[in-house]
Design a protein around this ligand. Structure first.
Ligand code: AMP
Length: 280
């Protein structure tokens, strides 16, 4: 696997690939790779001639400096995992390689920015669009792969691509879960044994809502879901929403896709999860 740390290296490597007529797939990550990330790379390998994974813990998307500081960075293990699945290249730049001092970024994302995650993490999606724009601009991928796990992020990146007319196709890949249903996340390593058990209430409640979904009972389903999560010890609910899959506003009869989304603090760890309601 090619290991690239500078913009110049990345651009030289990719311009050679492009000259050879290869299509390029990009999988942006913050590292601490698990099967969720690797599934994105595998999907990219099926669709593209060459796959590049980026690992960059992007400081501009963290509104809590402690969260940034404690973000796991097991780079050697990540490299082994990427090599084992045959990823072509890793782009792992330093912060100074990506950002100049006092760089300013603002994108008018619209109402999606302030909903759900946006309400809990002010500025988060400005940071996300800033770094994704940079990565797209540097790598110029034909296709970029993101997880459904960060559903709102996918909608916002779609908005970035639309607003700036970026020539890249976006693919959303399904959520990978542990055998017991917990959505895989780099943050799961912070969960204690008890937290880990309590965290299951999130995926269980999402599945329950999916299994019992009835358009006419949305308010009741939401209420029951909130009650179930609030009754779980060690779990502090942030939000539970049954939302329109395009706008993330509360779903209604016009919604083409419906998504149930949840965020909660389990012990000291903030987790998110969602399910696209079957048949919506
Ligand atoms: P992160 O490293 O957390 O920024 O995630 C990088 C990419 O992996 C994002 O597109 C995430 O949505 C995706 N991802 C994270 N966890 C999962 C998962 N459990 N299943 C599928 N994709 C995931």
């Amino acid at each position: 696997m090619e290991k690239l740390t500078t913009k110049i290296q990345l651009q030289q490597y990719l311009s050679l690939a492009r000259a050879g007529g290869k299509t390029i797939g990009l999988v942006p990550t913050m590292g601490a790779l698990h099967q969720g990330h690797l599934s994105l790379i595998q999907q990219a390998q099926q669709q593209c001639d060459m796959v590049i994974c980026s690992i960059f813990v992007n400081p501009t998307q963290f509104n809590d400096p402690r969260d940034l500081e404690k973000y796991p960075r097991p780079i050697q293990e990540d490299i082994k995992k990427l090599e084992a699945i045959g990823c072509d290249a890793l782009f792992e730049p330093a912060v100074t390689e990506v950002y100049d001092n006092n760089e300013h970024w603002h994108l008018n994302i619209g109402p999606l920015e302030g909903l759900l995650e946006g309400k809990y993490r002010p500025g988060h999606y400005q940071g996300v669009t800033q770094v994704v724009y940079k990565l797209f601009n540097l790598a110029k991928p034909d296709v970029a792969f993101f997880g459904q796990k960060d559903y709102q992020q996918f909608l916002i990146i779609s908005q970035l691509v639309k607003l700036l007319s970026l020539p890249v196709q976006l693919i959303m890949c399904p959520i990978q879960r542990e055998a017991d249903g917990l959505a895989m996340s780099s943050r799961n390593i912070h969960l204690s044994v008890a937290d880990r058990r309590h965290a299951l209430v999130l995926s269980k409640t999402l599945n329950w809502v999916n299994d019992n979904f009835d358009m006419t009972k949305i308010d009741l389903l939401k209420q029951q879901a909130e009650t179930a999560i609030n009754s779980e010890p060690g779990v502090e609910l942030g939000y539970f929403e049954i939302a329109d899959g395009d706008t993330l506003l509360p779903a209604d009869a016009q919604s083409k896709t419906i998504v149930a989304l949840v965020a909660a603090k389990v012990g000291e760890t903030r987790l998110i999860d969602n399910v696209i309601i079957a048949g919506s």
